[in-house]
Design a protein around this ligand. Structure first.
Ligand code: MSP
Length: 526
């Protein structure tokens, strides 16, 4: 087996429960993973948790818990969420795992040994309450410090710095030479604009253990712990190395004591799926860290936008949240997956409204796809005792066009566009029912052959739709195959070709895929 298609999500902070934005990122990556598997690629899909750092330490303390216990509790919830979202991740990284810490230590040791990490004193204004250094930008216009910072004191602190600044020109050249490295273009331009206009500084990669203990000790100076972003970014690489990807581990040489395992070939990552707020970490810090350590770079940082609800920021304090689990419990997993991918292209920001969720559910899932399958299977049962007639080709060209478009969009990770292309076939097939009026044909024995043809076109279109939908709506795809009594997995793109359903095949009974829902909001009902 050769190099696998390796994709990741950001790793999530264990300082609270998951919301719509996190679930969206997980689903997005899962659709890409499933699409690549359907195309026949060997895939490795990683997600997980970012457990170190000040935020987690503070939240655990506020909860009266030891940070590890606290993270263990949250990890159970997050892994459960991954299952509820139907995620097909191959591994789940937690940055508190020894396998991860070993690799972070090895990377730091190598960089330190080659002179890329140095110690320096820093004197600045420090907020005792917020446990952070402030800059001149944090001052009020009149020069005072805001009350929210509490006591602000001058502090001299020694820390360790990573020589990042010297790689600025190299990084600009790399991003220029690799147009898809930062995607979409708006984010690429943002990063290039930043790199061309501002001088990069060296990166402070340590915190004194005296004020932040919840982290990975620096291997060459254990009185400091590793800055949480240096630790977190390394997760993408620590998993391949710890699983025994020999080529991945090679640049670490003697700094990493390799175990005698022959693991999968994963590194470099093909896609890091992340949100727009953390693009600088992934498109500036991360490539420079890797480059300095002599490790090959990931191929793409795929950056999605942020969700709001009803035009407002998601916020636990104001209660403006969407709980993905509640939506799934009420509407089903596939309805949730469909809405988030169909509503928002990868890039711009999105706005969740319950009305638009309901509208898409009813129009596109219940009336569009659900109705098509129901009519096709129902009529085949009613008019032909469920037996597939001879192969006919009226909708073949339409299906082929829709399949080709969807495949191209999927390969380009344009998931919303792939769904739009898929619905072209849904709509075309529904229109075909209106145009051909099979219920009329059924009344006229002279039109038996035409009716056969219409029925074949409809069930074959439904079968192909199941295959096209499998990456997005895995359970729906499975249920379509079940109703068609096809004893195979729909997650195989080669089955999108026309004419696979054979004459004489017996289909099952119709069953509604997406029961129609009242369009009136619940609270409006008497
Ligand atoms: N732990 C860091 C990432 C480290 S990656 C080496 C982090 N965690 S996070 O939990 O705050 O965010 C995880 C992901 O969720 C990020 O990609 C972030 O953009 C995404 N989202 C958080 N809120 C979001 C929305 N409201 N909408 C869409 N995605 C959002 O950052």
């Amino acid at each position: 087996m050769g190099k696998r298609f390796y994709l990741t999500t950001a790793i999530f902070y264990t300082n609270g429960a998951a919301h719509l934005g996190h679930a969206y990122e997980m689903v997005l990556a899962d659709v890409i993973a499933r699409a690549h598997r359907s195309f026949g690629d060997e895939v490795f899909f990683l997600t997980g948790l970012d457990e170190h750092g000040q935020k987690v330490q503070q939240t655990a303390a506020a909860d009266g818990q030891d940070p590890q216990n606290y993270c263990d509790g949250l990890a159970v919830q997050w892994e459960a969420l991954a299952r509820q979202l139907g995620l097909t991740n191959d591994d789940f990284i937690r940055t508190t795992q020894p396998r991860h810490k070993e690799v972070v230590s090895a990377v730091l040791s190598k960089l330190h040994a080659q002179g890329d990490i140095y110690k320096q004193g820093y004197e600045g204004w420090y907020s005792v309450r917020e446990e952070t250094f402030l800059t001149e930008k944090d001052r009020n216009p009149d020069g005072t410090w805001d009350a929210k910072w509490g006591q602000v004191v001058p502090l001299l602190e020694e820390n360790w710095y990573f020589r990042m600044a010297k790689h600025q020109d190299w990084l600009i050249a790399h991003i220029e030479a690799n147009p898809s490295f930062v995607s979409p273009t708006i984010r690429r331009n943002e990063i290039l604009g930043f790199l061309r206009s501002e001088k990069l500084e060296d990166l402070c990669i340590s915190r004194p253990a005296s004020r932040l203990s919840w982290g990975i000790p620096l291997p060459f100076a254990p009185e400091w712990v590793t800055y949480v972003w240096f630790d977190a970014l390394t997760n993408y690489y620590s998993v391949p190395v710890s699983l025994g990807d020999r080529a991945a581990a090679a640049p670490l040489g003697e700094w990493y004591a390799p175990r005698p395992v022959d693991g999968p070939e994963l590194w470099p990552a093909d896609v890091h799926v992340i949100g727009k707020d953390i693009v600088k970490f992934h498109a500036v810090y991360w490539p420079i860290m890797l480059h300095a350590a002599g490790i090959p770079l990931p191929k793409q940082v795929l950056t999605h936008g942020w969700w709001q609800k009803d035009g407002q920021k998601l916020s636990k304090t104001t209660g403006n949240v969407v709980d993905p689990v509640a939506v799934i419990n009420e509407w089903g997993l596939d309805a949730f997956r469909y809405y988030v991918i169909r509503e928002l292209a990868i890039g711009p920001d999105g706005n969740w409204t319950d009305d638009s969720f309901r509208a898409r559910y009813n129009a596109e899932l219940a009336n569009g796809l659900g109705n098509l399958l129901n009519r096709a299977v129902n009529m085949l049962n009613k008019y032909r005792t469920g037996i597939v007639p001879a192969v006919a080709t009226d909708l073949q060209a339409d299906a082929e066009q829709s399949v080709a478009k969807a495949a191209a969009h999927l390969r380009a990770h344009e998931l919303q566009a792939a769904l739009v292309a898929t619905w072209e076939l849904v709509n075309r097939a529904n229109l075909y029912v209106e145009q051909t009026q099979p219920f009329r044909m059924a009344k006229d024995p002279a039109q038996a052959a035409q009716l056969d043809a219409v029925l074949y076109n409809l069930v074959e279109s439904c079968r192909i739709l199941a295959v096209m939908l499998a990456p997005f709506l895995p359970d729906t795809a499975r249920r379509i195959y079940q109703q068609l009594r096809i004893d195979a997995s729909p997650a195989d793109w080669s089955q999108t070709r026309w004419g696979v359903l054979q004459p004489g095949h017996q289909v099952g009974a119709p069953e509604p895929l997406f029961p129609r829902r009242d369009l009136v909001p619940k609270e409006g009902k008497k």
